[in-house]
Design a protein around this ligand. Structure first.
Ligand SMILES: Nc1nc2c(ncn2[C@@H]2O[C@H](COP(=O)(O)OP(=O)(O)O)[C@@H](O)[C@H]2O)c(=O)[nH]1
Ligand SMILES: [Mg+2]
Length: 320
């Protein structure tokens, strides 16, 4: 199937076309880029939800429970799970597949797991591209699970309408040391594993952290869930719906959409510039030579970085 056929297939909700399109986007092929360009005008209809948090807090369990809750509300659900650390097998992360098993027999659910397979960066770009595909395919809700590890999450958060930050009672220290950035990108805060001791303390800690965060028009609710027992997801879904309504009704909706578009473009451009520049510097042996000079202290790292950027700039102004 070529790009126009895949685009038509995805728009018609054909699962096979969607699966093939995802493979193209994951591999960042020319067809994949054509698909995203052709389908972008047909995105923006789905409720997109980002679920982030440290490894082991129960994100996958939570996503499965949230998907079941959305199904109870009569909505179709697309799920994208990203885990750079998980073992990769047959196109799926084993643990996640097992956890999501009860959902795989449901025609209203489509799920795809992806691991980084060792490629530098680009994981969040791939994942947000897959969210766009599922959106264009007509799913009512698209959920993206990522591990809270820094810059990637901030980028992912700009690509989803509502970001849910999952923590646990056991993660007290975790919450304390949590980067303000991660708190600021989340619109719904969840203390999962509420069945173990300390959930109320964790809620209080989060509330204290929110109190010192910057001024905002949306007050993030703090909710408790026991994802493993499907508990608390009704409240989470209601909070997500409230946030989605807030997004649409906000006096600054246009402004926010522009700010979001800018963050997305800048994040993608940063990744592109970085990968192209490094690929050039490696291929031309420039990086290797600078490495030698810095390692032998014949040049300082800043001057080396300057020289690298100069060489890239000369090459780019000469080319095409
Ligand atoms: N006690 C308890 N354990 C949970 C709950 N939700 C998930 N877990 C467990 O936490 C572990 C990690 O879950 P997982 O969903 O893989 O976390 P992820 O790494 O954040 O995706 C698993 O053993 C789950 O069974 C919960 O609500 N209560
Ligand atoms: Mg997981």
């Amino acid at each position: 199937m070529d790009a126009p056929e895949l685009i038509a297939g995805v728009r018609a909700g054909d699962r096979r076309a969607l699966a093939r399109s995802i493979t193209h986007v994951e591999a960042d092929t020319a067809t994949g880029r054509q698909l995203l360009a052709g389908l972008y005008a047909h995105t923006g209809r789905a409720t997109t939800i980002g679920v982030t948090g440290s490894a082991g807090v129960g994100k996958s369990t939570f996503v499965a429970a949230l998907a079941r809750e959305q199904r109870r509300r009569g909505r179709t659900v697309g799920i994208v799970a990203v885990d750079p650390s998980s073992p990769f097998s047959n196109g799926a992360i084993l643990g996640d597949r097992i956890r999501m098993q009860d959902l795989t027999g449901d025609g209203g659910v489509f799920m795809r797991s992806m691991a980084s397979r060792g490629n530098l960066g680009g994981l969040s770009e791939m994942a947000t591209g897959v969210v766009d595909l599922m959106d264009a395919a007509g799913f009512d809700v698209v959920i993206l699970e990522t591990v809270g590890a820094g810059q990637d999450e901030v980028e992912v958060a700009t690509a989803t309408g509502t970001t849910v930050l999952v923590t646990t009672p056991a993660g007290g220290d975790d919450i304390q040391s949590m980067k303000a950035g991660l708190m600021e990108i989340a619109q719904v805060l969840v203390v999962n594993k509420a069945d173990i001791a300390g959930a109320d303390t964790a809620v209080m800690q989060l509330r204290a952290l929110l109190a010192i965060a910057s001024e905002r028009t949306w007050e993030p609710p703090i909710l408790k869930t026991t994802a493993r027992e499907d508990k608390g997801l009704d409240e989470v879904s209601a909070a997500i719906d409230r946030h989605q309504a807030h997004l649409k009704a906000s006096a600054h909706a246009d402004e926010e959409r522009r700010a979001l578009a800018q963050s997305q473009i800048v994040a993608l451009a940063r990744g592109l510039v970085q990968r192209r520049a490094l690929a050039f510097a490696r291929a031309e042996g420039i990086l290797g030579q600078l490495v030698e000079e810095v390692a032998e202290r014949r040049r300082d790292p800043r001057a080396a970085a300057d020289a690298l950027v100069d060489a890239v700039q000369r090459n780019w102004s000469r080319a095409d």
